[in-house]
Design a protein around this ligand. Structure first.
Ligand code: HEC
Ligand code: HEC
Ligand SMILES: [Ca+2]
Ligand SMILES: [Ca+2]
Ligand SMILES: [Ca+2]
Length: 459
């Protein structure tokens, strides 16, 4: 409606411009300098492959030391139990360091060979309990480890197969997407009669403390579970069991908002991804399994102070500043991001509350997420429930830093399993509640499609 109420003189100008240049000037997003600072006052201005690896500005000297200790552990390659340092990998595991899966604190590439150490794994379950979460598949736990220490058999091998899916733009351009289907073979014991799998690829770990400091009330204010405002977007919080606090909490991390704190996500990664017993998960993931439970190293492989340091490290990785925000293509893309409805889920601006870490407190951040679950349609579904998340639901991914993916990680594998090989493919996989936004994208001219992508690259 706004566009219809230009004063006459402006209209005359518009028409004179449109005569000479044949299209009127497209609307641009307001140029707003504060948008540069994606991660608040502690935003990072480095734009190199280490752009994700900097501590947020504003840490005290003592906090920086803890960050540095955590950094060393994040990079440390763990070896088999009995060695002097960094020992205790496995007996079953997916990879041997945090950094191997989150390279340069960024995202993993989808592997060519799924059955070696990579940033990809499959979760498994036999049903789901809304309070306690996914139910272990008998003999396999909740996550499948495709690696084992020498002499032991990994739980399974992973396999992926593809089928093409064509998307056609209004201007006739076609894009062929590849839909992956995952399965497992060569199990160490027979698999249960029925089970669900969920593919997960490692995502960047920047700005997590800021996301943790967003007040619950702010996140819940975006939830609209029964779509009362009729914009086709619902947005539901996940509520998940926190094993340390022994209570249900708002889910914030993981592709389905399936953990509530950076600390629990970190301890879970140590135990399940690497086989490192730790203060929160004192038993290795092969407990009660015939392939590997020696019971010997339970509870001692990661000390409380080591867990604290890695937690603090992940909480305090800063977020890179935006780039090229004055560029007209970027500003046009930013306008379209709102116009198409992307910003209904990828909420551009939120404020953090206050907590122990000063640098994370009371910051205006531009994470581009509502931290909520959305039905993304059958195309993206894993058909595996995860606490309150259904098989169709995923958490809106933060988009901050996404424009530096190639710089930091030298690939573009987006979405929860890396199936999208360009930002455009990531948009084209959107369905369900995001179907209208996707369809509006497909109706854009090539120039405007490029402008939207330019905007994403500026994040
Ligand atoms: C085998 C690969 C692998 C290893 C090793 C690994 N991660 Fe991850 N990480 C992932 C995957 C996959 C996810 C997404 C999991 C999910 O959706 O539940 C993830 C998610 C996370 C998240 C949540 C990020 C977010 O935005 O929600 C954090 C934090 C994290 N990992 C930290 C760590 C730390 C710390 C370590 C080392 C102790 C580690 N990871 C080791 C693969 C790995
Ligand atoms: C209904 C909510 C919703 C809307 C609307 C929406 N998104 Fe998303 N977006 C998501 C969710 C949820 C994911 C994660 C899906 C997954 O990984 O399977 C996502 C993922 C992405 C990713 C990949 C992020 C990554 O780290 O891999 C990009 C890029 C993206 N969205 C851009 C857009 C753009 C551009 C639009 C508008 C055309 C849009 N989104 C509209 C919810 C939404
Ligand atoms: Ca171990
Ligand atoms: Ca397992
Ligand atoms: Ca709504």
């Amino acid at each position: 409606m706004e566009r219809l109420i230009y004063p006459l003189s402006a209209l005359a100008l518009l028409f004179s411009v449109s005569c000479s240049e044949d299209t009127p000037e497209p609307p641009l997003a307001d140029y707003n300098i504060s948008n540069y600072y994606s991660g608040g006052e502690g935003t990072i201005f480095l734009q190199s492959s280490h752009a994700f690896s900097q501590p947020i500005g504003g840490l005290s000297k003592q906090e920086e030391d803890v960050h540095t200790d955590g950094d060393a552990l994040f990079d440390a390659i763990f070896v088999t139990a009995g060695n002097k340092v960094n020992s205790g990998i496995g007996p079953l595991y997916n990879n041997n360091s945090c950094n191997a899966c989150h390279p340069n604190d960024g995202r993993a590439i989808f592997p060519k060979d799924l059955n070696t150490t990579t940033g990809f794994f499959l979760r498994i379950s036999s049903g789901n309990d809304p309070i306690m979460g996914p139910i272990d598949a008998k003999g396999f736990g909740g996550q499948l480890q495709q690696m084992a220490v020498p002499g032991l058999k990994p739980e399974v091998k992973f396999r992926v197969q593809y089928s093409p899916r064509v998307e056609t733009f209004a201007d006739g351009t076609k894009v062929v997407l590849q839909k992956p289907t995952y399965s497992v073979y060569d199990p160490y014991i027979p698999l249960p009669a029925s089970y669900e799998l969920s593919p997960r690829l490692a995502m960047p770990v920047i700005g997590l403390g800021l996301l943790e400091y967003i007040p619950e009330s702010e996140i819940l204010s975006y939830a609209d579970p029964s779509d009362k405002n009729g914009d086709e977007i619902s947005g539901r919080p996940n509520y998940v069991w926190n094993a340390e606090h022994k209570r249900t909490e708002l889910g914030r991390f993981g592709w389905k908002a399936n953990t509530s704190t950076v600390r629990e996500q970190t301890a879970g990664a140590m135990a399940n991804d690497m086989g490192l017993s730790n203060p929160i998960f004192p038993v290795e993931p092969c407990r009660n399994q015939s392939n590997g439970d020696d019971g010997k190293y339970n509870g001692i492989e990661i000390s409380p102070s080591q867990l604290d340091a890695v937690e603090f490290y992940c909480q305090t990785l800063g977020v890179p500043a935006r780039r090229n925000i004055k560029d007209n293509g970027v500003r046009r893309g930013e306008y379209l991001f709102t116009e198409l409805g992307c910003a209904l889920c990828h909420i551009p601006t939120m404020k953090t509350g206050s907590g122990k870490i000063k640098a994370l407190s009371n910051q205006t951040i531009h994470a581009y997420t509502d931290m909520l679950l959305h039905d993304m349609g059958d195309g993206l579904a894993d058909n595996r429930s995860d606490f309150l998340a259904t098989g169709n639901e995923w958490k809106t991914r933060p988009l901050w830093g996404i424009g530096l993916t190639v710089t930091v990680n030298n690939h573009e594998n987006y979405l929860h399993d890396g199936r999208a090989k360009t930002l455009e493919e990531a948009i084209l996989w959107h369905g369900g509640e995001a179907r209208t936004a996707k369809d509006k994208y497909k109706a854009l001219s090539k120039t405007d499609r490029n402008n939207l992508i330019k905007f994403l690259r500026s994040l």
